[in-house]
Write a protein that binds this ligand. Sequence first.
Ligand SMILES: CC(=O)CC(=O)SCCNC(=O)CCNC(=O)[C@H](O)C(C)(C)COP(=O)(O)OP(=O)(O)OC[C@H]1O[C@@H](n2cnc3c(N)ncnc32)[C@H](O)[C@@H]1OP(=O)(O)O
Ligand SMILES: NC(=O)C1=CN([C@@H]2O[C@H](COP(=O)(O)OP(=O)(O)OC[C@H]3O[C@@H](n4cnc5c(N)ncnc54)[C@H](OP(=O)(O)O)[C@@H]3O)[C@@H](O)[C@H]2O)C=CC1
Length: 291
Amino acid sequence: MAIERVGIVGAGQMGNGIAHVFAVAGYDVLLTDISADALAAALAQIDRNLERQVSRELITAETKAQAMRRIASTQTLTDLGDSDLIIEAATERETIKAAIFEDLLPHLKPETILTSNTSSISITRLASRTDRPERFMGFHFMNPVPIMQLVELIRGIATDEPTFRACQQVVERLGKTSTASEDFPGFIVNRILMPMINEAIYTLYEGVGSVQSIDTSLKLGANHPMGPLELADFIGLDTCLAIMNVLHDGLADTKYRPCPLLTKYVEAGWLGRKTQRGFYDYRGETPVPTR
Ligand SMILES: CC(=O)CC(=O)SCCNC(=O)CCNC(=O)[C@H](O)C(C)(C)COP(=O)(O)OP(=O)(O)OC[C@H]1O[C@@H](n2cnc3c(N)ncnc32)[C@H](O)[C@@H]1OP(=O)(O)O
Ligand SMILES: NC(=O)C1=CN([C@@H]2O[C@H](COP(=O)(O)OP(=O)(O)OC[C@H]3O[C@@H](n4cnc5c(N)ncnc54)[C@H](OP(=O)(O)O)[C@@H]3O)[C@@H](O)[C@H]2O)C=CC1
């Protein structure tokens, strides 16, 4: 089946980036979210990011205009019924994701491929609660989506080969590179990246270094583009904690225990850039460490 219409669920930082890259690649995109504010903010963010690409002569003004025309938005999930491919990019909570697929299923064509952008949750388990586990897989973009080259493709235990190949071809049309990962907690990128971020938080918690010395050490000492605490704020501390919990529960090894300081920040509602406070305070002109 040719994939032309793509339905994206969740218009947060990942949903808006995913809509952006699909529209530039010529797909028709329908973006949905439970929040009207999130949809409005996503469309404004896509406009700004496309404009930045125009000003850097990466795309033309006409490509930007066409891409904006290809993106529609709706608060009604079932409007996505006509999609050839669904990419679920809502909050990293299994109950939310399972409910989205359950509500969507009766409205979909039988051949529609279902995917989740989850950072860590079992694809096999999400798939098993749908009517089409063979046409269900993980489609994991990296943040920021318009910039990062990688998409991790994750087969659930039942995913069939035509579905995997169809998603590989979509990644090629987006101009990105895919890697294949088996369906184990955190897949490849977050199995490796998130324990490093969690360890950086322990390093802060135990007083080994300050926020600034930890981030500077990894930026200048290991050539990382962002320090681990800055990156945690960028990803979202709620998402980081959710991923650590999936690694801890799924792999049953204490080496994955989430740092209590990470839990405390999330309990405070300090989720990083998206709430303007996390390891840094973003409310002023330049970010300032919060401890
Ligand atoms: C949690 C998961 O499940 C998986 C994940 O995603 S893990 C997170 C993976 N991502 C990373 O590790 C990102 C690490 N950070 C970086 O690579 C860089 O800091 C960065 C690309 C984000 C910004 O780079 P920078 O050099 O500091 O900033 P800047 O020069 O302003 O931007 C570089 C480019 O990124 C673009 N950019 C920056 N932030 C952006 C954003 N939020 N959205 C879209 N584009 C963005 C800029 O327009 C610029 O584009 P060009 O190079 O085409 O001109
Ligand atoms: N942040 C990152 O770096 C990366 C995240 N991911 C994954 O992508 C997904 C989204 O993450 P991210 O964009 O950062 O999160 P955000 O918090 O930025 O966005 C999530 C969006 O989903 C919305 N939402 C919640 N419930 C529903 C629902 N039932 N139906 C529709 N929309 C809903 C939220 O609305 P509201 O705010 O009103 O609740 C919010 O707008 C997660 O699975 C995450 O693990 C993958 C790669 C990288």
